[in-house]
Design a protein. Sequence first.
Length: 191
Amino acid sequence: MKNALLAAALAFTATGAVAAPEKYALDSGHSQVVFSYNHLGFSTTYGMFAGFDGEIMFDAEDPAASSVAVSMPLMSMFTGWEKREAHFMSEELFGAKEGDMVTFTSTSIEVTGENTALITGDLTMNGITKSVVLDTVLNQKADSHPMENRPWLGFNATTTLSRTDFGVGMAAPYVSDEVEVRISIEAGKAE
């Protein structure tokens, strides 16, 4: 049986019947990046980013051949307290300027299950690029979104970052160096 499947795959490849990755654009209205960290052992502080832009090149036949590229304005960070956000953007931490972006570009995808994968990519933040791994779940793939009437994808992902890796380690380890990141995105097939 395995040989028959391999032969069929080779035959499709030889005849050019292999589907190419299809472009999906991020739905910024239904996508979130939420982060949290421990504050001095007393509480967990949460924040999020808005203003996404990005695309997924999704290969349904060979998910490992897919790719993702996302960007969001650093200054779109929201924590629920303006003084904290101002401190994050100050010279003590990010030294943020209008137009500074946080970007992620995938470099490889390892399929780990029917709807799961480890997406490795380059995360650039604060002018520093580090390789990170997103533990990812494909929540749903629909041929037609009920409101948008076109193909649609939904993913969740998690990772843990080190603030000091990105040059914003002030008060670590008292304020946790580890930042938990939870991502939930939707993307529609580009028209």
